[in-house]
Design a protein around this ligand. Sequence first.
Ligand code: PEP
Length: 251
Amino acid sequence: MRQQIIAGNWKMNKTTAQAVEFARELKQSIDNNVPVEVVICPPFTALAPLAEELKGSGIALGAQNMHWEDQGAFTGEISAPMLKELGCRYVILGHSERRQYFGETDAGVNKKVKAALEHGLIPIVCVGETLEQREAGVTEQTVAGQLKGALAGLEQEQVAGLVIAYEPVWAIGTGRTASDQDAQQVNNFIRKVIAEEYGAAAAEAVRIQYGGSVKPANARGLLSQPDIDGALVGGASLKVEDFKGIIDAIG
Ligand code: PEP
């Protein structure tokens, strides 16, 4: 049985003080018995204070990106051991905004996935098609290519422990969500690709989120689909009430 995972991607939002205030409020408002793993992925600057604030709460911490090298002359970058030291459990890799604005490629994402696993971080690997690709009928081809590129060379057990986030680019930050059926169809396709490449056990175990304008109003329908194991949430993860509304949609 796969445990659902709801992760908040704050992107470049919240000062450290705002982040700590959010965490304090969220801790008090969520029910610890809910069968769901909750993750917050704040900007790098808020990781250390949030690690402190979230101690013992059951809420996990994740980063939004990292470099594949452990250290070196890479101005402005952060490495896996640095994230691990701060108490991160997860790291988002290959988000479409990083692909779009910072030129990230499948090969680069693959190096990051390997480095994250080597240091005990769980990658949340993002894949998804643009509107043009969907309209051209190449959604599956696009997603399969990104997936195979990002996971190349991994062992079956490593793939089993990953989180994949299916995030159609046209649904991110637009208020336009994939229908429950469309999201389920692509998540199911992702599971089939993983079964073909890494075996049935890995496909059964890997958790596949949906992301793209998830909010309390549409969360229940999406999260009740058989191949949707949680959500990667951007905008609606910035307010405790909305984020909690999505967590509460499970079960
Ligand atoms: C995201 O950034 O991963 C995301 C899904 O954003 P939003 O929920 O705002 O569409």
